[in-house]
Design a protein around this ligand. Structure first.
Ligand code: KIV
Ligand code: ZN
Length: 385
């Protein structure tokens, strides 16, 4: 196994699809699953089969059709859930069952109303049961972010001893700081005797806007799988955004971490998911937002026109975003105006032409937010001799 490889576990179709209004039908789920396969994700969490007949059918069909990725089904630590999950992924080329239980004091006391001893028993039971259906079993310790590290280590040790091949450490409520999450993963690496028999996975939520930072802190401490979604969609404030973690690892070769994601497809996937799930992407979203490669202030535009890398750390082509955009607004400078004038066939070479055009442009831009090519042509024709 390549020790620098980070497995990308996409949960757009499970954690992402839980978002109100994002529910998908069978055809839409299949479409996204095929797109994710082309993108090169390693694992597709296709759904939670016990939750509804529709989700069961979707997981079953995805298992039949997708060949290049592991297909994963979610279940609680409940025998019937595991049985149904096992049946749903039975025809997958590489089936995985993702099962687990809450481990934090809050989950044990208020949600499950039980004891730590019982949690250890149930962790063992669910993994043992899941191993009857597949050799690839992932265990999740729900709310691991708020779980005491010593108890978490015990649960993880039991899960691995029962046969878990991947252990997921979810920051379910998005509570951890990157340093705390990184230390949690390091603690497990150092205090779980059988940890070398499993891959550690991150699963971070974005309630404090830290999901991406926490996932990266996790892999920097030794985790080798990241659970994430396209556009960062997911419960409440969302999950770790796939495009962000993939590009962070790519832009920082010093981390020596790699994935097999085909990055020029990232913007396409973002649009497919946004349109199919009816969930718009904020314009300032990293990597895939409409403004991710748009430059509107004069100082930045001047730099980018001279040398793109002055204000861009990613080549937009690398993530399928087309190219850099020089957007004309009342904050734009002469360099941007000249750039667009040349593009439209008005080189503005005569002395005074640029100044005259710029003065008129600023009046127009103050009055009108979006300057179209048509507006610009009218303005340039008036000053050209
Ligand atoms: O956030 C979470 O804890 C989850 C688990 C079910 C893995 O989504
Ligand atoms: Zn989650």
């Amino acid at each position: 196994m390549d020790s620098n490889k980070v497995y990308i576990f996409d949960t757009t179709l499970r954690d992402g699809e839980q978002v109100p209004g994002c529910q998908l039908n069978l055809k839409e789920k299949l479409h996204i699953a095929h797109e994710l396969e082309s993108l090169g994700v390693d694992i597709i969490e296709a759904g939670f089969p016990i939750s509804s007949p529709g989700d069961y059918q979707a997981v079953e069909r995805i298992s039949e059709e997708i060949k290049d990725a592991t297909i994963c089904a979610l279940s609680r630590a409940v025998p019937k859930d595991i049985e149904v999950a096992g049946a749903a992924v039975a025809r997958a080329a590489r089936p995985r069952i993702h099962t687990g239980i809450g481990t934090s004091e809050s989950h044990i006391k208020y949600k499950l109303k039980t004891t730590q001893e019982d949690i250890l028993e149930r962790a063992k039971m669910c993994v043992t049961k899941a191993r009857n259906y597949t050799d690839d079993v992932e265990f999740y310790a729900e709310d691991a972010g708020r779980t005491d590290n010593a108890f978490l280590a015990k649960v993880i040790e039991v899960a691995i001893a029962a046969g878990a091949t991947v252990v997921n450490i979810p920051d379910t409520t998005g509570y951890c700081l990157p340093s705390q999450y990184g230390e949690k993963i390091a603690y497990l690496k150092n205090n779980v005797s059988n940890i070398d028999q499993a891959i550690i996975s991150t699963h971070c939520h974005n309630d404090l806007g830290l999901a991406t930072a926490n996932s990266i802190a996790g892999v920097m401490s030794g985790a080798r799988q990241i659970e994430c979604t396209i556009n960062g969609i997911g419960e409440r404030a969302g999950n770790t955004s796939l495009e962000e973690v993939v590009m962070i690892m790519r832009q920082h070769p010093d981390l020596s971490l790699n994935t097999r994601v085909n990055t020029p497809l990232l913007n396409r996937l973002s649009k497919v998911v946004s349109q199919t799930m009816r969930m718009p992407v904020q314009p300032n979203k990293a990597i895939v937002g409409g403004n991710a490669f748009a430059h509107s202030s004069g100082i930045h535009q001047d730099g980018v026109i001279k040398h793109r890398e002055t204000y861009e750390i990613i080549d937009p082509v690398e993530v399928g975003a087309g190219g850099s955009q020089i957007v004309l607004t009342a904050r734009s400078g002469r360099a941007a105006l000249r750039y667009h004038a040349e593009r439209l066939g008005f080189p503005l070479t005569e002395s005074g032409e640029l100044e005259e055009a710029y003065k008129n442009f600023l009046h127009l831009a103050d009055a009108k937010r979006n300057i179209t090519d048509e507006d610009l042509m009218t303005l340039l024709e008036a000053v050209s001799v």
